[in-house]
Design a binder for this molecule. Structure first.
Ligand SMILES: Cc1cc2nc3c(=O)[nH]c(=O)nc-3n(C[C@H](O)[C@H](O)[C@H](O)COP(=O)(O)OP(=O)(O)OC[C@H]3O[C@@H](n4cnc5c(N)ncnc54)[C@H](O)[C@@H]3O)c2cc1C
Length: 343
């Protein structure tokens, strides 16, 4: 059994946190299997990244380099991954679950006659055989399973292992870096650039410490008899900007937006937390103007510490769904919190 860890450097030449976490999981896997492992890096100039992890204990470090590999493109990434797998005769292949690797792994597995699994959240070894953990049915059931097909390609989720503590080339004697030359297939796809919203508009931030959830109450008639949607939007966006938290929503609130009403235009179904939404992982969560219904709070099961602000002292949060419930007007509380954060 031999293991190959695949990664691509970031535009600044370094390896991302998710890559170093996946490397650390791979080092642990190889140690448990008592087999050597190799590293394969793909990028325009992966040399500095290879040097930075040269002390990680890999038997071989291979690179595929060149301008064609600077950007994500199926044809070139798949060809590079296939060549690295063949060059190392790897039976297990691990990658960080970046969009770049997630896109090509199934195709590479097909070319090699192997099998790919995505969203891997754990690696274990029993009696010399590797098993993986993976969640199914919207993260309600966790399965631990193995496969006999080889090579077995695994996209490892972020946060499942600590960042690898590896020394660089200067620090110790290390594996040589071998560059593989590929004959590339004709490519029709030209990557002309990325279009992404400005980072301030990017409200879903999986790495944030805090999940901030908005509920339909923000759009309801308030004690003074008026609806204050514009004020609500400003308070929420200010809080996100000041706290860098990730924005979640209840279904009721995003459904209103989907009907074309002018309510909190920055929310979409991608923000929805719950049974029919997502189940994010954050250290803390703060729900505002939401009732704490079971179909919503079921999406909070991986949130470490839960707090809520609701006017209703008898809401779902009060019945055991939150660690702390503030029975208060969220408009007043968040205005005060924003003022404190701004100072
Ligand atoms: C099959 C199924 C699947 C579902 N899946 C999901 C899901 O994935 N996610 C989800 O969220 N829901 C889901 N739902 C809907 C869910 O049951 C609730 O209807 C929904 O979560 C309620 O949204 P809400 O709490 O924002 O709104 P509401 O129930 O209208 O609650 C609004 C709350 O805001 C409070 N409030 C109002 N003004 C203020 C103020 N100024 N300050 C503080 N508090 C205030 C009110 O007291 C009230 O408690 C699902 C339902 C079904 C049937």
């Amino acid at each position: 059994m031999s293991t190959l860890f695949l990664a691509h450097p970031e535009p600044d030449g370094t390896l991302a946190k998710s890559a170093l976490e996946a490397l650390s999981a791979t080092i642990q896997l190889a140690a448990s299997l008592e087999t050597p492992f190799c590293v394969g890096l793909v990028g325009e100039n992966p040399g500095p990244a290879a040097n930075s992890i040269a002390g990680c204990g890999a038997a071989r470090i291979l690179t595929v380099s060149g301008a064609q590999f600077s950007q994500a493109r199926y044809a070139t990434d798949a060809a590079a991954a296939e060549a690295l797998c063949r060059a190392t005769a790897a039976t297990l292949v691990t990658t960080p679950a970046t969009s770049r690797w997630n896109r090509v792994l199934p195709g590479v597995a097909h070319r090699l006659g192997g099998h790919a699994d995505s969203h891997v959240t754990g690696l274990t070894v029993a009696a010399g055989q590797p098993s993986i953990s993976r969640w199914f049915y919207r993260q309600r059931m966790e399965a631990v399973f193995t496969r006999s097909t080889r090579p077995w390609l695994l996209a490892l989720e972020g946060g499942i292992a600590p960042v690898a503590a590896v020394s660089n080339r200067q620090a110790q004697v290390t594996a040589p870096i071998e560059n593989i030359t590929l004959t590339l297939p004709a490519t029709r796809t030209q990557v002309t650039g990325f279009e992404a919203p400005a980072s301030d508009q990017q409200t879903i931030r999986p790495d944030a410490d805090l999940l901030f959830v908005t509920g339909a109450g923000w759009t309801k008639k308030q004690a003074d008899g008026t609806v204050k949607v514009a004020e609500a939007g400003a308070l929420i966006l200010d809080f996100l900007r000041l706290s860098r938290s990730s924005l979640g929503s209840t279904k009721s609130l995003v459904d209103l937006g989907g009907e074309g009403q002018s309510v909190l235009p920055f929310l979409s179904h991608l923000n929805q937390i719950g049974q029919t939404g997502s189940t994010p992982r954050h250290a803390k969560g703060l729900a505002t103007c939401c009732h704490g219904e079971e179909p919503h709070t079921v999406g909070w099961r991986f949130i470490g510490e839960r707090r809520a602000i609701s006017m209703d002292a008898n809401c779902g949060w009060a019945r055991g769904k939150a660690d702390i419930l503030y029975v208060a007007d969220a408009f007043a509380v968040m205005a005060e919190v924003n003022a404190l954060l701004a100072t």
